[in-house]
Design a protein around this ligand. Sequence first.
Ligand code: HEC
Length: 198
Amino acid sequence: MKPNQIAITTAIIAAAIILTAVLSTASLNAAATGGGAEQGNAGQIARGKYLVDIMGCHDCHTPMKMGPQGPERDWDRALSGHPEYVVMPPAPSLPPGPWISTVGATFTAWNGPWGTSFTMNLTPDKETGLGDWTVEEFIATMKTGRERGKGRPVLPPMPVEVVSKLTDTDIRALFAYLQTVKPIKNRIPQPIDPPESK
Ligand code: HEC
């Protein structure tokens, strides 16, 4: 090859490499921003799983159980909320002072000035989980902090302020993913009012 042929060949190869890099970055960006229509359902579900994993939904909605090394997440009951077979006795009352909250060993039952709350079943079980929810109800719940988007206020420690700042696209992705996890029949107890309100 003559020197200018080499230069042209090198330029063509370099252009091809740059083009490949640009294209793969574009598809990575699409995946990271939720993909939406271009990525199809799989991209949306992957985005939803990513959000569930990084936003700590498992911290409160996947119960802890005692394992050989100490407390561990009960992945067989992933995202199914407070286990119905763990019947909680009344929460202990705390002495006056700066301690305001207690939590059950499962990390799914919480007590504080709002009373006692139990984390919700986010699996697609139709009777006890999100199986019969519409995506609109889910969006309204996340945006307004009201049960099913119109009922009573959703209680602490559900991070209402955080999730209310999600975009509709990301809330749709969360919902799409949650509808794909293993459905678990697990009825969540009603919250209990704080003693002073009785
Ligand atoms: C710090 C604990 C905590 C974290 C983290 C958390 N939740 Fe919750 N969540 C709760 C509690 C407690 C309730 C029940 C509140 C109630 O009964 O009012 C709840 C309730 C819900 C509900 C039901 C609301 C309704 O209308 O009844 C949905 C849906 C939900 N959470 C989704 C999520 C998603 C999705 C994530 C992750 C982005 C998440 N939660 C992270 C504690 C948490």
